[in-house]
Ligand binder design. Structure first.
Ligand SMILES: *Cc1c(COP(=O)(O)O)cnc(C)c1O
Length: 384
């Protein structure tokens, strides 16, 4: 067993060795610019990108022509929100997001608000699940976009996308989802979910960092976006700049593996997660799960340990890689805003840990993690 045991798969995932093979081969053998249409170096790189575009599209039930490659989900979210915003003076200037969103959605939404858009944040229930009726109630004649993430990055709850998609379709409003956490961990289908825009990230699904994609619906309706960057006609001019062909090829392979192994992996990882939760509950008093137990990402636990601060607990967990809240906000002080929104009392919100299991988590690691956690919490409670 390798320590620290990596249990932070909601922050990032290790590169799958099979993906690394594709990445290394492409980096070694395929340095061409995929836009070089005049020679074999360019053709070989373009072929990698074409294959990956099909693999990414297949993972979400889209057409290859509906996939735009980006640097990750953050860029895809920014392009979806800022790029779909109506131009100055347009009638539709209202957008809706949820209080479950990652900063990569809530910050561009706040920027649109500064630029004159009207922003509504729909709050989820105490279980961390959004009610589609609340989204319906927030719509008005000026709404152009609803953005709701697929799987929440701190508490792992899965949102009712298909129901929200129906609400949006009925109102003629675009529907975007940030699926950074969901790709490869739950079944995603842009038709069934009624999605017009969908953001994906490679490094949350065992691919390399710095790669992602935005699905942009081409039919019923054809979504029109304005670019955030200018300087080339790559990706239909919506994402200019030389494509990272090796990274994209690896992302394609990561998607192919995720589709092939999703069903069996969620059963395996879900069983490990349930066993870890069972051991924590029998080994310790005063533990509580934040967010609904289901529907939830198979690998996610967000647990409060009454009577200890996560800031005091983490330094005692040197052999475990877990986190207090989301990685992107781990620099900000105070308990998670989301947990407070769910009605978790401040002291319990400040005693929470996010534990994220993944593809390479073993039975032995789960047993070890439970023992370490139980011992550390018990010691800290006895001797604060
Ligand atoms: C990780 C994450 C992001 C950011 O994705 P990058 O590919 O790192 O830009 C956005 N949204 C959610 C929900 C995430 O978990």
């Amino acid at each position: 067993m390798h320590t620290p045991v990596f249990l932070d798969h909601n922050a990032t995932t290790p590169l799958d060795p099979r993906v690394r093979t594709v990445l290394e081969q492409a980096q070694r053998d395929c340095f061409g610019n995929p836009s070089s249409a005049g020679h074999a170096y360019g053709w070989a790189a373009a072929e990698l990108v074409t294959r990956a575009r099909t693999q990414v599209a297949e993972a979400i039930g889209a057409e290859p022509g509906e996939i735009l490659f980006t640097s990750g989900a953050t860029e895809a979210n920014n392009l979806a929100l800022l790029g779909s915003a109506p131009t100055h003076g347009a009638h539709r200037r209202h957008l809706i997001i949820s209080n479950l969103e990652h900063d990569a959605v809530s910050a561009p939404a706040a920027e649109l608000e500064r630029r004159g858009a009207r922003l509504t944040r729909v709050a989820c229930g105490r279980d961390g699940l959004l009610d589609p009726e609340q989204v319906a109630a927030a719509l008005d004649g000026e709404t152009w976009l609803v953005s709701v993430l697929a799987a929440q990055n701190e508490i792992g709850t899965l949102q009712p996308l298909a129901d929200i998609g129906r609400v949006c379709k009925g109102a003629g409003v675009l529907f975007h989802s940030d699926a950074a956490q969901a790709l490869g961990r739950m079944d995603l289908d842009v038709q069934r979910e009624g999605l017009d825009l969908l953001s994906l990230s490679s490094h949350k699904t065992y691919g390399p960092k710095g790669v992602g994609a935005l699905f942009v619906r081409r039919r019923d309706p054809r979504v029109k976006l304005a670019p955030l960057l200018y300087g080339g006609d790559q990706e239909k001019g919506l994402r200019p700049g030389t494509l990272n062909a090796p990274g994209i090829a690896a992302f394609g392979e990561a998607c192919r593996l995720a589709v092939a192994e999703r069903a069996s992996e969620s059963v395996r990882v879900g069983a490990l997660r349930d066993r870890l939760w069972g051991r924590l509950r029998t080994g310790l008093a005063g533990v509580s799960l934040n967010g609904a137990a289901a529907p939830r990402l198979a690998g996610n636990l967000n647990v409060s340990f009454a009577g200890v601060r996560s800031s005091g607990l983490l330094p005692r967990l040197t052999t475990l890689a877990v986190s207090a809240g989301s990685a992107c906000r781990s620099g900000s002080p105070g308990p998670s805003r989301l947990l407070l929104d769910l009605g978790v009392p401040e002291d319990l919100a400040g005693s929470s840990l996010r534990i994220g299991l993944g593809r390479f988590t073993t039975d032995e690691e789960v047993t070890y993690a439970a023992d370490v956690l139980i011992e550390a919490v018990t010691a800290l409670r006895a001797n604060p």
